[in-house]
Ligand binder design. Structure first.
Ligand code: DX5
Ligand code: ZN
Length: 220
C-alpha cells in the first residue's frame, strides 16, 4: 500500500448529484470512500442510512470505510456489509463491550476500527490492540463536516503510533476532521496512515487535483 491512504468523506458531497460525485471519486487517486453514519443520539446530527449507502455502493469502485457515529452499532453491521463495507469503525464511547464488537466486525470479514472522540485518550485501547485494525482519531467533535482541526491531535497521533509500535500490531492510524494541506504532511510525519477529507476535497475547485496533492503529501 502507498501511504497515506486518502478517504474522501461522502458527507461533503452533493447529495443531489451523488452518482456524479461517486464516479468522480472513481477516477481519482482516493483509496477509500469514507461513509459517515450519524444517528441523532450519539451525535447531534443525522446524516444518511442504508438506502443511500446502497446507492453509493452501486456506483463506487473503491472500498467503503464506514464510520458509525451511532449507539449500539452492532445492530447495523450486517447492513453495512450488505451495502459494501470493507472497514467498519465504531466509537469507543458507544461500546461498553468493545472486545466483542470488534470480534463481530472481523467475523464479517471487515477491518475493525475504533474511533476516539477528542476527549478520549488513546491509551484506552492499549489492552485491545490485537483486535484493532484501525484507530480513527477524531480531530473535530463528531457530528458535522467543515469544522476546525483540533491541534492537540498531533500529540494524539504520536501517542497512538507509540502504542502501536509497543503492541507490535499492524494497526493503522486514521485522522478525521478538518484535514487539509496545512496539516496533512505533519499528520503523516507524526504517524498517520489514513487521511479523511470532506470539505477540503469537495469545496475545492478541482477535487481530483486536491486528492492527488493529499496523496503525495509525503513526497513533496
Ligand atoms: C465528522 C465526520 C467527518 C467529516 C469530515 O463527524 O466524521 O468524517 O465528514 O469532514 P471535514 O473534512 O469537512 O472536516
Ligand atoms: Zn468520519
Amino acid at each position: 500500500m502507498n501511504f497515506p491512504l486518502i478517504a474522501p468523506s461522502i458527507l461533503a458531497s452533493d447529495f443531489g448529484n451523488l452518482q456524479r460525485d461517486v464516479e468522480m471519486l472513481n477516477s481519482s487517486k482516493a483509496d477509500w470512500l469514507h461513509i459517515d453514519i450519524m444517528d441523532g443520539t450519539f451525535v447531534p446530527n443525522i446524516s444518511f442510512g442504508f438506502p443511500v449507502t446502497a446507492a453509493i455502493n452501486k456506483h463506487t469502485k473503491k472500498p467503503l470505510d464506514f464510520h458509525l457515529m451511532i449507539e449500539q452499532p452492532s445492530r447495523y453491521f450486517k447492513q453495512c456489509v450488505e451495502t459494501g463495507a470493507e472497514v467498519i469503525s465504531v466509537h469507543h464511547e458507544a461500546c461498553p463491550n468493545l472486545h466483542r464488537v470488534l470480534q463481530e466486525i472481523r467475523e464479517l470479514g471487515c477491518k475493525a476500527g475504533v474511533a476516539l472522540n477528542p476527549h478520549t485518550p488513546v491509551n484506552v485501547l492499549k489492552d485491545i490492540m490485537e483486535l484493532t485494525d484501525i484507530i480513527l482519531l477524531m480531530s473535530v467533535n463528531p457530528g458535522f463536516g467543515g469544522q476546525k482541526f483540533i491541534e492537540r491531535t498531533f500529540q494524539k497521533v504520536r501517542d497512538a503510533k507509540e502504542m502501536v509500535l509497543n503492541a507490535g500490531t499492524h494497526t493503522m492510524i486514521e485522522i478525521d476532521g478538518g484535514v487539509n494541506m496545512n496539516n496533512a504532511r505533519a499528520l503523516c510525519q507524526a504517524g498517520a496512515d489514513i487521511l479523511v477529507a470532506g470539505n477540503f476535497v469537495f469545496s475545492a475547485s478541482d477535487p481530483l487535483e486536491t486528492i492527488a496533492r493529499l496523496k503525495t503529501v509525503n513526497s513533496e
